[in-house]
Design a protein around this ligand. Structure first.
Ligand code: GDP
Ligand code: MG
Length: 728
């Protein structure tokens, strides 16, 4: 182990660097100049517990860009002389601004200790800093000092020596700002490329970030260090830079700086309480309201209500319109199709009925994602996550889990993808496992069908004299709420059992508010909509074809078909019946035949086999059959019920008739149980596949399927049995 270390002191001008330098070295110092520039260089010596320390005073800088001689000098010393430890002297009475340099030093991956100097001033101003929490969040040791009173200097040197003895571990522990889903993957990619091409002594990420900022001094340094690859690296950096600027609408340098401030702001909001001094920046003022302990949640709830209101107000007419066109397409195909047959049924019932039903919901999906993107891009979502964080901590999850869950209300699949932003695997797995309980948009058609059939709309009360609160809206709300409550309970249980462990300290970035760009919004909205459409075009299409085949074969035998044919002839020949009556009776026979056919088919048989298991939930074999379809994709449930009750080919009347049939055959309690079971029971197949892929193991996907299905069965059975006992 070395017994002599070089320590560099960095810090903003007037943070008390010279004062601390003097406190450490006493009179053992000499003053010179950095070579070639007129920047004063001070060096000094100290001895601490038998370790010799060589102290270098870096020029005071606010940042590590290349805009001033001081900054370039400081950078060169850090990159070339490689001091054993860097001590950042932070003016803790002006914390957020001073921490900017600290995040850059961490980004440079140098062994770092923070001296929170001016701690007396900070305290006098009523600024209460939880150093321990902040040190954990940043992954860097923090020592409180008062430079001109020699206070904390010895503790500072203890920390310095400890870091000097194991710099690699110190660097590994450091946390660096995450540049968000748009930029971070590119930074990582460029970092990897630099690492492959050049040997830069673990400064690769720093070089990547600086190249993205268009830092020419860094470009020159890369050219010196690995001339063979400079052109490639610069070209790649330039490409990424333009891509990022296109999406975000600002120069890359500014965006990256914003993210760093967001990172700092998040860390400080979690660890600093201001008791006296008023906070100034406009973002801070807005935050004071939006993340307020009492107002935060109601504001969030109101905004969410507006998101859903917006989505449904504009989405539903579009969905109705598309639904109408789909019906026309269906009639047109039926008419234009030469003859009748298996292929026609595949196209009309399978592809148009199944896949079309899914595509029809695209406007809702697009609008929901647009609303969410607006909230994300303005920076509000980070605040919402912050507000929710307080609740999430109680269930052992991080506030960051909340954004994937919110996306899960649109569709579980992109929600699961969004969990990639969670650092800790335990957080990620817990979130993925409970995500299907966020009722996705694909379940909406099921709810709408059931509500329409069993719960005719009626106003329950008028809220604020403006909003008509209907029983349907309340039931829908109840269903969503049940999902959320179950998710909370399950997450808590998972964190107590399978995924036990300390919550990871984690900085929640609070980026500054900004105007979203149209391009950024469009890209976000499109990415997610595309995911949904692709699902409709691939997996759902495949499943629908399979289900259709299972509902078609094995077909009724020749004699069975003849029996129905005979019944028809008999009815048609009856002279005592009027035209109307004959038509009704004939269509009854048609339906009976279709039902018999379905019962006879593969899916009907499976449904019958499963039915005894689902009977306690209040489901007969027909509902059981549709539930099997719903596992393929939730959207299939409605189509499958339609198929089961395939009531005439008239597309317009179909949904009405289906509702009437349901209402005639089942009770409202059974209807509610259908909603409940669809909400909780196993997620759709795509979710299972994505869960397996994202969790890296089939085990978690199987756990997800089985626990949700068991839970659904238990809860639905309990509700049905209790409801029946009460005579509902
Ligand atoms: P530098 O420009 O970063 O080298 O800062 P200096 O060392 O020149 O300090 C600037 C001023 O802050 C001087 O007047 C110091 O006496 C004063 N100062 C330094 N440390 C502290 C401290 O911890 N508390 C207070 N109240 N003043 C300090
Ligand atoms: Mg000075």
């Amino acid at each position: 182990m070395k017994s002599r270390y070089t320590i560099a002191l960095a810090g903003n001008p007037n943070a008390g660097k010279t004062t601390v330098f003097n406190a450490i070295t006493g009179s053992r110092q000499h003053v010179g100049n950095y070579p070639g520039v007129t920047v004063e260089k001070k060096e000094g010596f100290a001895r601490h517990n038998d370790v010799e320390l060589n102290i270098v005073d870096l020029p005071g800088t606010y940042s590590l860009t290349a805009y001033s001689v001081e900054e370039v000098v400081a950078r060169n010393v850090l990159l070339e002389d490689k001091p054993d430890v860097v001590v950042d002297i932070v003016d803790s009475s002006n914390l957020e601004r001073n921490l900017y340099l600290a995040t850059q030093l961490a980004e440079l991956s140098v062994p770092l200790v923070l001296a929170f100097n001016m701690s007396d001033v900070a305290e006098n101003r009523g600024c209460n800093i939880d150093e321990q929490a902040l040190a954990e969040l940043l992954g860097v040791p923090i020592v409180k000092t008062v430079g001109h009173k020699n206070r904390g200097i010895s503790a500072l040197l203890d920390a310095v020596v400890a870091i000097a003895q194991d710099p690699a571990a110190a660097i590994a522990k450091q946390r660096r700002p995450n540049y968000g889903p748009e930029i971070e993957p590119h930074v990582k990619q460029l970092t990897d490329l630099i690492r492959q091409r050049c040997r830069l002594d673990h400064h690769d990420r720093w070089f990547a970030v600086k190249l993205l900022e268009g830092d020419e001094e860094t470009a020159r340094r890369i050219n010196r260090l690995c001339p063979a690859h400079t052109e490639e690296l610069l070209a790649e950096a330039d490409r990424i830079k333009h891509h990022v600027e296109g999406i975000c609408g600002d120069p890359a340098e500014i965006i990256l700086a914003d993210r760093r401030y967001g990172y700092i702001s998040g860390a400080c909001t979690e660890s600093v309480t201001q008791t006296v001094e008023a906070r100034h920046a406009s973002s801070d003022k807005i935050d004071a309201v939006l993340t307020n302990r009492w107002l935060g949640l109601p504001i969030f709830a109101l905004l969410m209500y507006m998101v859903f209101q917006f989505t449904f107000a504009f989405g539903n007419p579009a969905v109705d319109f598309l639904d109408g066109r789909l019906g026309e397409l269906r009639s047109w195909v039926i008419e234009a199709w030469p003859g009748q047959g298996v292929l026609e049924s595949l196209v009309v019932d399978g592809i148009i009925g199944g896949v079309g039903q899914v595509v029809v919901f695209v406007p809702l999906i697009m609008l929901l994602f647009m609303a969410i993107s607006i909230l994300e891009d303005t920076g509000y979502m980070a605040r919402a996550a912050f507000v929710i964080d307080r609740l999430m901590h109680k269930i052992g999850l991080h506030g960051k889990s909340f954004i994937p869950m919110l996306i899960g209300f649109g569709c579980t699949v992109p929600g699961i993808m969004a969990t990639r932003t969670l650092e800790a695997r335990r957080d990620r797995l817990t979130t993925i496992l409970v995500l299907p309980l966020m009722s996705c948009a694909a379940r909406m058609p099921i709810y709408l069908l059931i509500l329409g059939a069993f719960f005719p709309p009626r106003t329950v009360f008028k809220a604020l004299g403006i909003f008509n609160v209907t029983n349907q809206a309340m039931l829908l709300f109840a269903i969503y709420l049940i999902g959320i409550i179950l998710a909370i309970v399950c997450a808590k249980l998972l964190r107590k059992t399978l995924l036990r462990g300390e919550a990871m300290p984690f900085v929640m970035e609070l980026p500054p508010y900004r105007m979203p760009t149209v391009k950024g919004l469009a890209i976000h909205m499109w990415e997610r909509t595309w995911l949904y459409l692709r699902k409709a075009g691939t997996i759902i299409l495949m499943i629908v074809v399979i289900l259709w085949a299972m509902a078609t074969w094995p077909a009724l035998s020749e004699t069975q078909v003849q029996t129905f044919e005979q019944q028809r002839t008999t009815i048609a020949a009856r002279a005592d019946l009027g035209k109307e009556q004959i038509r009704d009776r004939l269509s009854e026979i048609d339906n009976a035949e279709l039902e018999a056919g379905l019962e006879h088919s593969a899916i009907g048989r499976i449904g019958r086999a499963v039915a005894p298991v689902l009977r306690p939930c209040g489901f007969d074999w027909k509902i059981s059959t549709a539930m099997l379809g719903a596992f393929a994709a939730k959207e299939v449930f409605v189509g499958q019920m339609g198929l089961i009750y395939s009531v005439g080919a008239d597309a317009d009347e179909q949904s009405h008739l289906l509702r009437d049939r349901l209402a005639a055959e089942y009770s409202p309690l059974q209807g509610f149980c259908i909603m409940l079971f669809c909400l909780i029971s196993m997620p759709c197949m795509v979710t299972v596949v994505v869960t397996a892929r994202e969790s890296g193991s089939l085990k978690w996907a199987l756990l997800q399927v089985s626990y949700l299905t068991v839970l659904a069965w238990v809860i639905t059975t309990a509700v049905y049995q209790a409801g029946s006992a009460l005579g509902m």
